[in-house]
Design a protein around this ligand. Structure first.
Ligand code: MN
Ligand code: MN
Length: 321
């Protein structure tokens, strides 16, 4: 959008990086044009800058801004599949969810649901960038229809704990609430990358008792990410599914900038390989959460999150009409 010719392009793809340097202009997700009119858009990348539900270190409220900046590095054509998501569909930066009642957790969640419900009504596929993991529950509420969705959940933690400090909506609880509310089908839910010592096994127990397929990091190490990818496909099948990617699934060597780091996680290469195995699944939406820039002095976490978001964008774009 550096000259009139660029501005007049009917599909308004990101500016051609071969003629407009990627470090220029106001940072948007993947350098996509911003949009508020959802009818002009097939996939909206939306920031959810909220971290009021963390149990440990805050900072993920700054995630969307840093991921926008790092995502200027993302190019168009996928190295393996040669997918160009910007050719396949109209990818837009949908801005950030605006909050009016920032200091009330459940009110914030209601505002997130309201925002994403507008996208769903316009048949826009959302790719959210958090924010702490509590933001996924209100997004699932917006996407919910008669049948519960499948869930692919990549994380060090199952996030199926019940209460913490008097709240049922912390970032450790979204998928327990999602099962209770009938938003996801636990038998079509798979959690990958789980690890770290716990004070109580309550969350792990809940996941397994409800029939979720919980793939601990030990199993990932033993069988490898390609086998894990095949297992994910088996569990979720061909019905609608949501993808939630917590950046703490990666080892802190690759993604130190997060609130609840756990050593012994995925490498960034394993994460990309795993995501590529999900090609062709019926995704209704996705998120990348828990990027906390105050703990990311070198920017590596924001870069890996931007790259993960690009991989997910390619998966979502494959379903574009
Ligand atoms: Mn999480
Ligand atoms: Mn986590």
């Amino acid at each position: 959008m550096h000259d009139d010719k660029e501005r007049e392009r009917p599909d308004r793809r990101p500016p051609d990086a071969m003629s407009a340097p990627r470090y220029m202009d106001i940072a948007t997700f993947m350098r996509a044009p911003t949009v508020r009119d959802w009818s002009e858009c097939d996939i909206a990348i939306v920031g959810v800058p909220y971290d009021g539900a963390v149990t440990n270190r805050p900072g993920a409220r700054h995630g969307p801004r840093e991921v926008r900046n790092a995502s200027s590095m993302m190019r168009a054509i996928h190295p393996t599949t040669r997918t160009n998501p910007f050719e396949r569909c109209r990818v837009r930066d949908g801005g950030d969810v605006p909050f009016r009642r920032l200091y009330e957790l459940e009110a914030v969640h209601a505002e997130i649901t309201e925002f994403f419900a507008d996208l769903v009504r316009a048949e826009v596929v959302p790719l959210a960038v958090g924010g702490d993991h509590s933001i996924t529950l209100p997004i699932l509420r917006a996407l919910a229809s008669e049948a519960p969705m499948g869930l692919v959940h990549i994380d060090a933690h199952t996030d199926t704990w019940d209460e913490f400090m008097g709240s049922r909506y912390s970032h450790g609880a979204p998928f327990r609430r999602a099962v209770e509310e009938g938003l996801i089908d636990p038998r079509r839910t798979v959690q990958v990358g789980i690890r770290g010592a716990q004070n109580s096994t309550e969350g792990w127990d809940y996941s397994e008792a409800t029939g979720m397929r919980v793939i601990f990091m030990d199993e990932v190490t033993r069988v490898g990410v390609e086998s894990v990818g095949a297992e994910v496909r088996r569990v979720v099948g061909s019905e609608p599914v949501y993808l939630s990617f917590d950046i703490d699934s990666l080892d802190p060597a690759f993604a130190p900038g997060t609130g609840t780091p756990e050593v012994g996680g995925l490498t960034s290469r394993e994460a990309l390989t795993l995501l590529r195995a999900f090609e062709g699944l019926h995704f209704l939406g996705a998120d990348v959460v828990e990027v906390a820039p105050p703990f990311d002095p070198g920017g590596s976490t924001a870069l890996v999150a931007a790259t993960v978001a690009y991989e997910i964008l390619c998966l979502l774009a494959q379903a574009c009409p």
